[in-house]
Design a binder for this molecule. Structure first.
Ligand code: GBH
Length: 457
């Protein structure tokens, strides 16, 4: 299937087509200047932490080239740009004074977007925690949550005249488990007690930041951005397996949906956390959730596919679930294609909260296709992947899911966390020697889709 096969006629005129990035991945770390250090700067210093041996560095030089990047979005016809603020850039150390140079960078970015009629959708935390806060316990410490609330209040006051869409935290599941359970992400811990504390603080931080944003800017729309997924099991489901699958969906989906939207935690996850660590997070400590549920963002790449076997470390407390891949199509990072899963997961959200506006805030594929001798990037695999997934997204909309838009990950090739610069998710190729940008075939096709939808053909 090709992107040009997708029928966009059933979509409403105001359906939003976007692209997404995050601060650390495109701006880089402290080497990019005028900012404090963050936990990813520190994590990159640990031998072996980044599989290709690269480090954040200056990212893809976005700080200097942001106008060019916005120009590409304009050419593509992008409606909305989802980016994140770097906390250590706007507030070195994560507390007290704000950093004028950092604030001015985001002023220029936002103003340039608005000049081109591109709607900013801002995330406050996409994993670059100021190092000083980590030294004091990071997200295990309720003080970090309080400081996050102050940071949110400040940004809303400073930028709320121009930004209407806010997401406090990107993918709290990843922050919690990749960062604290298996140590695959910064801060690189393998600590179940920390895991449970972080899971609780991030729910609190979402609600607190949402309240702070609402108190400081009129008309703000705040929602969580979650990497929810459908759980698939390859064999016969015994009662033990079923328990484990419910525990996984509890940790991956319900903890965040129920916690952030309704201030409730799923009992099976609470029981599991208590059994593992003796800690049972208290729902009464979650601030009023009514400020932070104007919309939900879904980041979706693939289903979680299991077979019977040894419990997976990344899902603590499960005993009977082993890992599995379904189907033979995989992206270059090894993740399987499960396009029907994005539709299923959109339904999970819609069933949970039928009236809430939903956006796909990330979806995309890793293919490391390079320039050919004519300087073109024919990333036909990415194009085919996007075609299948976007087609399912359109289907979900046709089936009644309250879906308002779709953002592709990513606009640009960038620093892919623990995989470094080796893994490319961009619709725009970046040459890491001279930072030249080249729109890939997938980007051209995505652009054609947007234009076709706009003119109703
Ligand atoms: C997103 O993370 C990030 O927001 C973005 O920064 C990143 O660059 C992009 O995606 C591409 O990685 O439960 O064992 O099946 C996506 C994180 C990675 C979460 C795969 C779910 C599957 C782990 N996702 N993961 S498992």
């Amino acid at each position: 299937m090709k992107i040009s096969d997708i029928n966009t006629k059933t979509l409403p005129k105001d359906f939003v087509w976007g692209v997404a990035t995050s601060s650390y991945q495109i701006e880089g770390g402290f080497e990019s200047g005028d900012r404090g250090r963050c936990i990813w700067d520190d994590f990159c210093d640990q031998p072996g932490a980044i599989s290709d041996g690269t480090r954040g560095g200056i990212g893809i030089d976005h700080i200097k080239r942001f106008k060019e990047d916005i120009g590409i979005m304009e050419l593509m016809g992008i409606d909305s740009y989802r980016f994140s603020f770097s906390w250590p850039r706007v507030q070195k150390g994560g507390s007290s004074d704000f950093n004028l140079k950092g604030l001015e960078f985001y002023d220029s970015l936002i103003d340039s977007l608005l000049e081109k009629n591109i709607t900013p959708n801002a995330t406050l935390y996409h994993w670059d925690l100021p190092s000083e806060l980590q030294a004091a316990g990071g997200w295990t410490n309720p003080k970090t949550t309080d400081l996050f609330g102050e940071y949110a209040a400040f940004l809303a006051k400073r930028f709320g005249d121009r930004i209407k869409f806010w997401a406090p935290i990107n993918e709290p599941w990843c922050v919690t488990y990749l960062g604290n359970t298996i140590g695959h992400h910064a801060p690189g811990l393998r600590d179940l007690t920390a895991t449970v504390k972080v899971a609780h603080q991030l729910v609190r931080a979402h609600a607190l930041a949402a309240q702070a944003i609402k108190a400081n800017s009129d008309g703000a729309k705040v929602g969580p951005v979650l990497n929810l997924a459908d759980q698939v099991f390859t064999g016969e489901i015994t009662p033990e397996i079923e328990n484990d699958l419910n525990l996984v969906s509890g940790m991956v989906n319900n903890w965040w949906l129920q916690g952030m939207l309704n201030g409730k935690y799923p009992e099976n996850v609470l029981d599991n956390f208590e059994k593992l660590t003796g800690i049972r997070p208290n729902e009464d400590e979650i601030p009023d959730t009514k400020y932070g549920r104007d919309w939900v963002g879904l980041n979706y790449y693939n289903a979680q596919i299991f077979q019977a076997g040894e419990g997976l470390e990344i899902f603590p407390g499960t005993k009977y679930l082993g890992g599995a891949w379904l189907g033979d199509e995989k992206t270059d990072i090894g993740w399987p294609w499960t396009p029907e899963g994005i539709r299923k997961t959109l339904h999970i959200i819609n069933d949970f909260s039928p009236n809430i506006p939903i956006y796909v805030t990330e979806n995309g594929a890793c293919y490391n296709t390079n320039l050919d001798s004519n300087g073109h990037v024919y990333d036909s695999k990415r194009e085919a992947y996007l075609a299948r997934y976007i087609n399912e997204v359109v289907k979900a909309k046709n089936e009644g899911v309250n879906l308002k838009g779709y953002y592709s990950w990513s606009l640009l090739d960038n620093f892919e966390w623990a995989f470094g610069y080796e893994m490319r998710f961009g619709m725009v190729h970046v040459n890491y020697e001279n930072y030249a940008r080249t729109l890939k075939q997938s980007g051209h096709e995505y652009s054609n889709l947007i234009k076709r939808h706009k003119n109703g053909s």
